[in-house]
Design a protein around this ligand. Sequence first.
Ligand code: FAD
Ligand code: MG
Ligand code: MG
Ligand code: MG
Ligand code: MG
Length: 548
Amino acid sequence: SSGGLLAYAESQDISPPSAEIHEKDGVKKRVLVLGTGWGGTSFLKDLDISSYDVQVVSPRNYFAFTPLLPSVTCGTVEARSIVEPVRNIIKKRNGEIKFYEAECLKIDPANNKVLCRSTVDNLVGNTEFSLEYDYLVIAVGAQVNTFNTPGVLENCHFLKEVEDAQRIRRTVIDCFEKAVLPGLSEEERRINLHFVIVGGGPTGVEFAAELHDFIQEDLVKLYPMVKDLVKITVIQSGDHILNMFDERISAFAEQKFSRDGIQVQTGCRVVSVSDKEIAMKLKSTGEVCSVPHGLVIWSTGVGTRPVVREFMDQIGQANRRVLATNEWLRVKGCENAYALGDCATIEQRKIMEDIATIFKAADKDNSGILTLEEFQGVIDDILVRYPQVELYLKSHHLKDVSDLWKDPKGMDRNEVDIEGFKLALSHVDSQMKSLPATAQVAAQQGSYLSKCFNRRHQCENNPEGPRRFRGTGRHQFLPFRYKHFGQFAPLGGEQAAAELPGDWVSIGHSSQWLWYSVYASKQVSWRTRVLVVSDWARRFVFGRDSSR
Ligand code: FAD
Ligand code: MG
Ligand code: MG
Ligand code: MG
Ligand code: MG
């Protein structure tokens, strides 16, 4: 077998969790989970709690199905339908998980402790407490990123939490009520009905589409007097909206928005926001202009939460932007902490950093020359350890790793020395990508990490296990590998764009139906599934509710 590469990984202190986990005197190890969003919940769902003492801290005692939050802003789906109480999720487990409704204020890695403050309303007395752990799982998500733009915190709405969505819904209706009050000039009515969305990513675009439908399908009938005064503007700093999607999708979205009368302002950066106006700078000319608004939704990018920031300072990650973990989701600089989802990023190893080690591991006969056969012996390891190789092969239309083995002139070679080997792999690292901040990534990481935790016993009995590969029948901890199942962009008017694996793009009404079925099936419980589907049915029959 060719376990050399992962063995190397272990010596580099990026070993999987099994290595040093031992039950002390039959006492269960304490696992503390921070956060009950996509990452935290999927970790808890699959964790074998018979072997751990599990505690969970989160300021909200429910899991929220975030992909449907934009639908809540316009009452297409009710807020109650997309949340599932954490206690419902964890009571199904045989064994006990302790849940505390609290916010983690500070992580103290030196003493394996966290400081928390209860978020239960109207609590009297001391609301702070601390908890100890053996293993910490950080899944606190991210916060909105204002890029320190003045006035954003005070004057913009965000769309992150269920409360935000409910607040947006009330404010939209308020804008209409304000606009129809007597004694206003037409200009004042227009201002109240100018809805501005900052950020042309999936959330901003979906919200714009949702708002447009709400207004056109429901509100114009109820507020006929102002129906021609409504305006929706999407401000995007890049050249296109939905620029993380296939070009065909972003072009379609732009055309659809232009037909719908949604104004898309690209190449534009917001410089400040007041309660009445939003100021932006055109990137091309440097010119700054201000427009009056009735409501601004801020939906650009994610930032690190203060509690994570401070933790990073303590563990030697002060210079980083995002908390870094290795490929096994272990926090760099903190042995017994793991982090997943939006609060962390996996620092992928570069193949060029390890090139000499790979060469040595592959060169079985220590001849200093690598034959094609010797190289083929480590290909599987390389593919597992360095996901960028697969991306590189794909982007260069190569069928097999051994195709890398051709020299630049396209000549096949049978053997290389270290320099030739470096040359063959020299461009592979250009394909390294960080994973997107999505529910899909967080959920896969959560279930991956729970599998690592669940297998520690087996691995203790079989200490060689973690270094073995697929097909050897032993227990193993392969690094986390993300599998992309595609991505949707609902565009309003019962149309959606879908980007599916294998460069498959589908746009239109059928994709919207696919969207309905995927999102119904992804619900965490039958209860929320029934609620969401009946909300959709209700909307089809009666329209949305427009009382605030
Ligand atoms: P979260 O799900 O945000 O969970 C964080 C958890 O930590 C929460 O329970 C929070 O209450 C808790 N917490 C916060 N601070 C603390 C603290 N100090 N102490 C303890 N707990 C704390 N992704 C997709 O893949 N598809 C989509 O269609 C999609 N649509 C989206 C639409 C919207 C409007 C938004 C906002 C996001 C959307 N996403 C989507 C992204 C997706 O929601 C996130 O990537 C995902 O939630 C990340 O999971 P997480 O567990 O890292 O964080
Ligand atoms: Mg979470
Ligand atoms: Mg969530
Ligand atoms: Mg992440
Ligand atoms: Mg050799």
